[in-house]
Design a protein around this ligand. Structure first.
Ligand SMILES: *Cc1c(COP(=O)(O)O)cnc(C)c1O
Length: 429
């Protein structure tokens, strides 16, 4: 197979990185292990394009894995950070932006009555799990195969994203006794869910899921699935946690829970609310959130939590999305992109999924409804497609098990150009 070859400056940085950073990267999927070859180094990113350190530009469909919903380096975010940083980058004392962010999140996501900020999605999920256990006095967690919830110990069991790309469904270093408290079942499988509750009902603290799983490619909840999850949780007094780190503020102002009309007990957020700076949040019913320290017995904290730069950037991004009604714009762009891709794959053993500004192309016949289906995708074919696209200036995520993202900065012209290139590549599949 012929790999995309990074130019000399990128290549020499990669050789230096390999010597001093494990695997050359600070997050595993970036190492291109899912597609072979070696990654390029980015010098700058703007709108829907990224430019590598050797000066080549490409159209980006990764959007820093979700946060860049307005595209890269949007002016409103640059201005907000510029205005905030001279007044200090961290205080460790309450600042007004924390109140504004909490009010904004509660307004946009009505199931959230109170919210606490963290520094990453992983931290948000880890804290939500602890809170669910503390609140219910129970220990068992139910999760779904292929759903990724960050690198939280008890949830790195049959996880998606990088854990899946590397063929390491479980991680070393996680105590067996802790993993034993996690039940893992296939997504979209109500029978398995009923069995889990039958077997462990009174021990289940929470069921956690990505309402639209986007870390094993992208597939959607079948009709009635989320409703039944919610009903079972209520019947058994287990909490329902929606991990909307990816879908929050992307699928709608109120995330997937708004799209599907389901109210979870707790929600985890991240990515978009930081405007590209490190951030996470978890929130939900006040009665549950009030179990957190200093009000309650569940400890959770963070030196940099509620960081003014991250909050200024995130608030600016959310305000701009509301001002331009970004969600409608993204739906229009998504429809345009979907139409041309569907045309390109007609009659081929390929499956394309899209919801709003998220999409995925599987190299297998449908239906793809869960992780087992997703794993039928031909990873060698995906790698060929990935490298050909990259050589022609399109950057898709370097793994079959990641979603693609559009931003409001993807112009109809850029999408048309991308669709033409994709069509030409897929003509050979
Ligand atoms: C990205 C992601 C996380 C982890 O967030 P980090 O900021 O990378 O720690 C958790 N859950 C979902 C659904 C995600 O997509």
């Amino acid at each position: 197979m012929s790999f995309y070859q990074p130019a000399p400056h990128s290549h020499s940085l990669w050789e230096r990185a390999l010597l001093r950073i494990p695997g050359g990267v600070n997050s595993p999927v970036r190492a291109f292990r899912g597609v072979g070859g070696e990654p390029f180094f980015v010098n700058k990113a703007s709108g829907c394009t990224i430019t590598d350190v050797d000066g080549s530009e490409c159209i980006d469909f990764v959007g820093t894995w979700g946060p860049a919903i307005l595209g890269h380096a949007p002016q409103v975010v640059i201005d907000a950070v510029r205005e905030t940083v001279p007044r200090g980058s961290s205080f460790g004392i309450p600042n007004p932006l924390e109140v504004e962010m909490a009010e904004t999140i509660c307004r946009m996501v009505p199931s959230i009555e109170k919210v606490r900020m963290t520094n990453s999605g992983t931290e948000a999920v880890m804290s939500a799990i602890r809170l669910a256990r503390g609140y219910t006095g129970r220990e068992r967690i139910v999760k779904f195969e292929g759903c990724y919830h960050g690198h939280v110990d008890s949830l790195l069991v049959k996880a998606g994203s990088g854990a899946l790309t590397l063929g390491q469904p479980d991680s070393a270093g996680i105590p067996t006794s802790l993993a034993a408290l996690t039940s893992t079942i296939p997504f979209n499988n109500l029978e398995a869910l009923h069995s889990a509750f039958k077997e462990h009902g009174p021990q289940i603290a929470a069921v956690i899921l990505e309402p639209v799983p986007a870390n094993a490619g992208l597939y959607l909840p079948g009709p009635g699935f989320l409703e039944e999850v919610k009903t079972l949780c209520r019947e058994h007094d287990a909490l329902l946690i929606f991990d909307e780190v990816m879908t929050g503020f992307r699928l709608a102002p109120g995330g997937a829970q708004e799209v599907y009309g389901i109210t979870p007990d707790l929600t985890t957020l991240g990515k978009i609310i930081g405007g590209g700076l490190p951030v996470g949040a978890f929130g939900g019913k006040a009665e549950i959130m009030d179990q957190l320290a200093p009000l309650g017995p569940v400890y959770q904290a963070g030196t940099l939590s509620g960081n003014p730069l991250a909050l200024a950037a995130g608030l600016a991004q959310l305000r701009e999305m509301e001002r331009i009604n970004g969600w409608q714009l993204l739906e229009n762009l998504g429809t345009q992109f979907e139409e041309s891709i569907r045309h390109a794959i007609k009659g081929k053993p390929l499956t394309f999924h899209r919801i709003g500004s998220m999409f995925c192309l599987y190299f297998c016949e449908g239906p793809v409804r869960n992780l087992d289906d997703a794993k039928r995708s031909d990873s060698a074919a995906f790698a060929r497609y990935f490298h050909r696209a990259l050589k022609q200036g399109l950057y898709f995520a370097p793994s079959q098990y990641e979603a693609g993202f559009l931003s409001t900065a993807h112009t109809p012209e850029a999408l048309e150009r991308a669709s033409m290139i994709v069509s030409k590549i897929l003509a050979e599949f």
